[in-house]
Ligand binder design. Structure first.
Ligand SMILES: [Fe+2]
Ligand SMILES: [Fe+2]
Length: 667
């Protein structure tokens, strides 16, 4: 019922008394407000002059909410009506005095209608506002969820947000596991993945149970419908499901109201279930002691169902995306590991090298990431960059697949086949010399004319040639060892040996064994191979091995790495570069070598030195390896800060690294 208030003097505004008892009169806006307090819808008839006198205050008062309770009608002379409306656009109407009871009644009716309309409009506005807030919240949650790639963190977040948005004290999350055979579902189970509870600790353990109608979650999944229960202890007797009270009995909790919503994928298939428990009047309240449940817990409502349903759909998309990303990640990782395995199958002597270099490099990178002082104080590596570095390290030597096996596996200066030929040749020559000597001795004895001095001379000559043969073979075997620098005496002895010119390898086949007996016993190619001053490789072979870096780069560049891994080819490409430009293949200098590659270089050299299994050079102790690294650093080849972090943090103490090294030793 709309009332009337007069702001001014009623006898100047009204014609007669329209009601039994005069309407209440007020003098100022303040007294008007006081008088309105506690009243409902009101028609205020106000002298235009009074409104004018407090114009700004009146407008603010209406804007701040009074308009939903009050219809303000200015009373002014007819000739001033338009001017008043123009000056006071916020008033609802202007009426000329004196106002007859009939006009007042009509005005009251209009005011009542106006206020009803305003109230409805306001309610609509509030509803729209609430909806848009909900949408906004859902959108924010959606964006938030889609940014999370870690599946476990994502599931935690889905449950937390679902509880937040519905005011639930506790909740659980289940994932559907389907075993499909030829597209048909064979078996379905629910995996209990997560539980949260604000009021009591939850001793959670992941488990699975059959997806059937006996549980609320199972029923919701099978029906693909949300379920709301006001009190799970008081369910209709014909309900197909029962709520387990085992948790309540163990923890002293009391599960009462429940809302279960399915998480559906784009094909409307249920992939999970969000179960929300005990909606609270005050979301911040704790349900402790258990008696608080009756006071605080209320049933979930329609809006909760809609909100949780929308969130669950977004959550399903985010979950499937994260899972897809993880599957791709796993696929990538398997591919990288398979590639690393392939390299090491070609050369079992370096098995584990790629993996160990990856462990050392990532270990060093983690230290660098944690350091807050020095030249790398600002260097940070995101988890993706760490993985990028790990992959680059695992694949850094992949190009070795393109190196000929006889070069890759070359243990000594001569190829194994070359040494075999030489050894057989020398055995043949020895037998031929012996046969020749025995034949001559037999001739001499048979002729009966040879003196014992002649026979002795024959034998001495034979022995000299045999000794010469043995000496040369000894030089060959000694020179064949891949010592860091061949000793000078050996080199000189080799150089002094006469050798048979062999323009190419094939030509050697044409020399008959008998030709070799007269000497020289070695070909020029053999002498050249034995004269390698460092290691076991000729310049040409070394070039072929060094070419593995180019091959690695070409191989890695063919892979369409995603944004996060795009630098893998570049990082691996520089693993043999040295800061002073003495590295290969491009001879880059410090400004052009990334920190990631510098870390890999240190790790690569360390592992190559300490690995027990390199065929072409013996392993050195970790201390000696660090000395060699330090010498390289002093020579300007390696990064000083990175090397000191490597040494101080004893990166090689990583248990995984040690395990791989020990594993190699047992083989
Ligand atoms: Fe390499
Ligand atoms: Fe390497």
């Amino acid at each position: 019922m709309t009332q009337v208030l007069i702001w001014g003097r009623s006898r100047e505004m009204l014609a007669g008394d329209p009601f039994p008892g005069s309407p209440e009169e007020v003098d100022t806006l303040d007294t008007l407000c006081e008088s309105l307090d506690g009243k409902g819808a009101t028609l205020v008839l106000a002298e235009a002059d009074r409104i004018e006198a407090e114009r700004d205050e009146v407008q603010a008062w209406l804007d701040n909410g009074a308009a939903s309770q009050v219809v303000l009608v200015a009373v002014a002379d007819r000739e001033n009506g338009d001017a008043v409306l123009e000056a006071l656009p916020f008033v609802d109407d202007v009426i000329a005095p004196p106002v007859s009871p009939n006009r007042l009644m009509r005005k009251l009716g209009q005011a009542h209608q106006a206020l009803t309309n305003r109230r409805e409009k306001r309610q609509l506005e509030i509803a729209v506002e609430r909806k848009s807030k909900e949408l906004d919240t859902l959108n924010k949650i959606g964006v938030d969820l889609s940014a999370e790639r870690d599946i476990n963190k994502l599931l935690e977040r889905i449950l937390t947000k679902s509880r937040e948005i519905t005011g639930a004290d506790a909740g659980s999350l289940y994932l559907v596991e389907r075993e499909k055979v030829n597209g048909d579902v064979r078996a379905e189970r629910l995996r209990f993945k997560l539980a949260q509870n604000d009021s009591v600790p939850v001793p959670f353990e992941e488990s699975t149970f059959p997806l059937d109608d006996s549980s609320i979650a199972g029923h919701a999944a099978r029906q693909n419908q949300p379920i709301r229960v006001d009190d799970v202890y008081d369910m209709p007797s014909d309900s197909p499901f029962r709520a387990s009270q085992a948790f309540d009995e163990k923890s002293g909790y009391r599960t009462k109201s429940m809302l279960v919503v399915p998480m559906r994928d784009h094909q409307n298939e249920v992939i999970g279930i969000v179960q929300l428990i005990n909606k609270k009047r005050d979301p911040a309240a704790l349900l402790r002691p258990v008696s608080m449940v009756d006071e605080e817990v209320i049933p979930f409502i329609n809006v909760d169902e809609q909100l949780a349903g929308s969130l669950a759909s977004q959550a399903a998309v985010a979950f499937l995306n994260a899972k897809l990303l993880q599957d791709i990640q796993n696929l990538f990782e398997s591919f990288v590991k398979a590639a690393a395995y392939a390299i090491e199958q070609r050369d079992v002597s370096t098995a584990g090298h790629s993996e160990r270099v990856a462990i050392l490099t990532v270990g060093l990178a983690q230290r660098v990431d944690a350091i807050r002082t020095g030249p790398f104080a600002d260097k940070r590596l995101s988890p993706d960059q760490m993985r990028e570095l790990e992959y680059a390290a695992l694949l850094h030597d992949f190009g070795k697949v393109a190196v000929q096996e006889r070069v890759l596996l070359k243990e000594k200066k001569l190829l194994r086949s070359q040494l075999n030929i030489i050894q057989h040749r020398f055995a043949y020559i020895a037998k031929s010399l012996e046969a020749e000597y025995l034949r001559r001795r037999l001739d001499a004895l048979t002729s009966g004319q040879s003196s014992s001095a002649e026979l002795a001379a024959l034998e001495a000559a034979y022995q000299t040639r045999r000794a010469e043969l043995d000496r040369i073979l000894e030089i060959v075997l000694k020179s064949n060892e891949p010592t860091v620098v061949s000793d000078e005496a050996n080199l000189r002895a080799l150089r002094d040996l006469p050798s048979r010119p062999t323009p190419d390898w094939e030509a050697e086949e044409e020399i008959s064994l008998d030709d070799w007996v007269r000497g020289p016993f070695l070909s020029s190619i053999e002498v050249e191979a034995l004269s390698i001053r460092r290691g076991s490789l000729s310049d040409e072979e070394r070039g072929e091995i060094e070419n593995h870096v180019e091959e690695t780069y070409h191989f890695l560049s063919r892979i369409p790495w995603t944004g996060d891994f795009r630098r893998i080819p570049e990082i691996a490409y520089a693993h043999h570069e040295k800061l002073n430009g003495t590295g290969y293949p491009r001879g880059l200098t410090a400004p052009d070598i990334r920190v990631e590659s510098r870390m890999m270089t240190i790790s690569d050299i360390y592992d190559a030195l300490v690995a027990q299994d390199r065929v072409y050079k013996p392993a050195v102790s970790p201390e000696r390896a660090l000395d060699i690294l330090t010498e390289d650093m002093t020579a300007g080849k390696l990064d000083e800060t990175l090397l000191s972090i490597f040494i101080e943090a004893r990166i090689w103490d990583d248990p995984e690294f040690k395990k791989l090294i020990r594993w190699k030793r047992r083989r």
